[in-house]
Design a protein around this ligand. Structure first.
Ligand SMILES: Cc1cc2nc3c(=O)[nH]c(=O)nc-3n(C[C@H](O)[C@H](O)[C@H](O)COP(=O)(O)OP(=O)(O)OC[C@H]3O[C@@H](n4cnc5c(N)ncnc54)[C@H](O)[C@@H]3O)c2cc1C
Length: 508
């Protein structure tokens, strides 16, 4: 049996006994075989000493059990790593950041506590996956959509807490942004409800986001300040229709006015779908230099009017063509469903994994990937600068080898934000993984020199990326550390997550 670092066997055994009492012995996992299930299948250090691994796992089924587990961990100073469904592939899987932590596995807490059709919200537990919530809504025949990320098996709460995003309309696809109200177990076992939930017998927990007084919800995003046991989410009433058109242009520099047009349309809330910006043409766009997808959700008449307006804005740019897409009335027919990207219609699935699988273009795929995803200003000039930056530096970063690194993918999941994603294949070949690590680390450094940094990072690189947010001698990190020391003085929760370490593990 593995023992967490800095914990004596006696203290660990005492914690294990307390957990067995609290959750039942069958839900405390210490065998090598069980614990191996929490390894990160996409770890860039797979099979190497630096791979982050758990020592044990414990799986409570209720909030009271979570409290008991956390209290015992706090008493015996055992590091815990809470996960919801633990499918955080590309960002650490279900493995802890601090090797040897015990995984606090919340997937058994999988109740959909409420779905309110009239006010369009849901209140869920951490183990509720996108599949679960979709099934619940579909079975109940509610006229609501969820917003799944590409893999539908993840947790609605876990994805939101890691800063994830989906593919339907704004604001719903910003998953943390679409939440309303949380319940959190703190490191001392105390339960806090945020927003209107702090009012005993509150009738409006999921009706008003800000509550009263300082808003603390943001402290629990990409953080290690508590274990989230409930979270509310605003849902999209099923839109009557969705139409996705394409703006294309032949000239490289046209991306500058095109992105200005897109920004205007989004900032006016005329275009609300998840736009994608492609280099080159797509479908009828043929040989274009740039293609921007323009998806709009809403009532059919409104969508058509908004699309006319969007078309006018794009075609006012000399040389830009606008190809009107098909208008889909919801719910889609089986035939339509067979040829659309399901996540754009709120339907969870796992087809994204085909991208990483064996195919004619990739006869021997690595199997996994990690991504470097810096945020750059949402302007055509910045996009072109990033494109040049990528092309100029790729040979340096890879020592001229073709490592299968791909990019940049230009993503607009968040309002006003442009993410330029570079993807690195990760597999079981240690030498290859080492080359990927070198490339990843170099990109982080080079991008930071230009004033660009990531919105989310793989577990093993959360320190490296946090280091780039260094304004005023790391003032932001020091503020977070002050909060960490106050909220979790023994430093038992998710040590190291997003670069925040408890006092006893901090590097000087
Ligand atoms: C091919 C591919 C495509 C992907 N596409 C997308 C995409 O479209 N959008 C996207 O957002 N991501 C995407 N991902 C990344 C990732 O797989 C998903 O974000 C996934 O939903 C995260 O896993 P999860 O939901 O199980 O969260 P978890 O693994 O349960 O949680 C993530 C992290 O949040 C913290 N956490 C979770 N629950 C709690 C809690 N209750 N209390 C405190 N802390 C907690 C933990 O640190 C945990 O490690 C993709 C990955 C791959 C491989």
């Amino acid at each position: 049996m593995a023992i967490p670092p800095n914990v004596s066997p006696a203290a660990f055994n005492a914690a294990l006994d307390a957990w067995r009492d609290a959750v039942g012995p069958e839900w405390v996992f210490t065998s090598e075989e069980d614990v191996a299930l929490y390894r990160d299948a996409y770890s860039p250090f797979w099979g190497e000493p630096e791979e982050r691994v758990a020592s044990a796992a414990v799986a409570p089924a209720t909030v009271e059990e979570v409290q008991a587990v956390v209290r015992a961990a706090n008493e015996h100073r055992v590091p815990l790593y809470p996960i919801s469904t633990g499918r955080n592939l590309a960002y650490g899987g279900s493995a802890p950041i601090y090797s040897g932590s015990v995984v606090l596995d919340l997937k058994r807490m999988n109740r959909v506590l409420e779905v309110n059709e009239r006010n369009a919200y849901a209140l869920v537990e951490p183990g509720v996956s996108y599949f679960d919530l979709y099934e619940h809504i579909t079975k109940a025949g509610l006229d609501l959509w969820i917003d799944p990320p590409d893999p539908g098996w993840g947790s609605v709460i876990g994805n939101a807490l890691d800063g994830g995003a989906g593919w339907t309309a704004y604001p719903f696809r910003d998953h943390f942004g679409a939440h309303c109200g949380m319940e959190v177990v703190l490191a001392n076992g105390e339960i806090v409800r945020t927003g209107m939930g702090a009012l005993p017998n509150s009738k409006s927990w999921q009706h008003s986001r800000w509550g009263y007084g300082p808003w603390v919800d943001g402290l629990f995003r990409q953080s290690n300040f508590g274990v989230v046991t409930k979270m509310g989410f605003w849902l999209m009433p099923r839109p009557e229709a969705m139409m996705s058109s394409m703006a294309t242009s032949e000239r490289e520099e046209d991306i500058i006015p095109m992105l200005d047009a897109l920004n205007l349309l989004e900032n006016q809330h005329v275009v609300n779908g998840s736009t994608q910006i492609f280099q080159g043409g797509r479908g009828p766009a043929g040989s274009a230099a740039w293609t921007i997808q323009v998806p709009i959700y809403g009532p059919e008449k409104v969508v058509r009017a908004q699309m006319d307006y969007a078309k006018a804005k794009f075609t006012a740019i000399p040389g830009v063509k606008f190809v009107e897409g098909e208008l889909f009335r919801t719910p889609l027919t089986p035939e339509q469903l067979s040829r659309v990207r399901l996540v754009n219609f709120g339907i969870p699935n796992l087809s994204t994994f085909a991208m990483l699988g064996r195919n004619p273009g990739a006869p021997d795929p690595a199997g996994g990937h990690i991504g470097f995803s810096p945020i750059v200003p949402r302007t055509g000039e910045s996009l072109l600068e990033f494109k040049r930056f990528y092309a100029e530096n790729l040979p340096k970063v890879t020592n001229g080898e073709n490592l299968g690194i791909t990019g940049p993918v230009y993503m607009t999941c968040w309002e006003r934000t442009l993410v330029c994603l570079i993807m690195f294949p990760i597999g079981r070949d240690k030498a290859m993984n080492a080359k990927m690590r070198h490339a990843f680390e170099t990109w982080v450094r080079l991008a930071a020199e230009r004033g660009w940094a990531e919105y989310r990072a793989p577990a093993v690189y959360q320190d490296l990326v946090a280091d780039t947010y260094s304004f005023n001698n790391h003032a932001l990190r020091r503020l977070r550390e002050t909060l960490k020391d106050a909220i979790d003085p023994n430093g038992i929760l998710s040590a190291g997550r997003y670069g925040v370490w408890p006092k006893h593990l901090r590097k000087t």
